[in-house]
Design a protein around this ligand. Sequence first.
Ligand code: C5P
Length: 224
Amino acid sequence: TSIPVITIDGPSGVGKGTVTLRLAQYLGWHHLDSGAIYRVLALAAAQRQLTDQRAEAITQLAVELQVEFQPLPDLSGTRVLLDQQDVTQQLRTETIAQFASQLAAIASIRSALLQRQRDCRRLPGLVADGRDMGTVVFPDAPLKFFLTASPQERANRRYKQLKQKGIDANLDNLVKEIAARDQRDCERQTAPLTPAADAQRIDTTTLSIEAVMAQLLTSVSKHL
Ligand code: C5P
């Protein structure tokens, strides 16, 4: 298709979500938080007491999942409805994130969620954030970014973000949980976290959100 996509991949806590939203807002494009799809599946599976041992049942659940994403009025993110219930806040816990990353390592679950993600490619364009947006979901994207930051800095950012959202968090635990999730996401066989060959890499460790945005916008203005 000729509908443009910008992909923004990277590990957890790197700030992808924030810059993806801002870029989509700036361009007037749609945005895809692909992690939220894995998280909402994890929540739905947990509600049904399914563990990652039940890959087949969860794959089926992934196909049938009734999810709706609605932009928040202040454009600060997306409201997520699962079976018509607002689960936005429940998705943000690290427990759900860990379970999401376990499920995300299962190939049949990833393929069940693939088309749902590709369907988000609508005019006038899409900014997509995740782990495999540039490698698997939108390999033909004309512009790809891969953000990194030191593990300590990513844990700090996640900590601040959770506190802001009124979610209880412990920094030492977060460091460990983020490390465990990174390892699982990088080492899995299917769609591991890795930069696409044609992705621009940006180390954001010492950069503010504004500085990251400035770099993204410079590339965007050259490419689009
Ligand atoms: O980005 P977020 O932290 O919300 O993602 C939660 C988990 O979902 C990740 O740790 C990863 O295992 C999985 N995920 C994925 N592929 C994506 C987005 C998220 O495997 N494109």
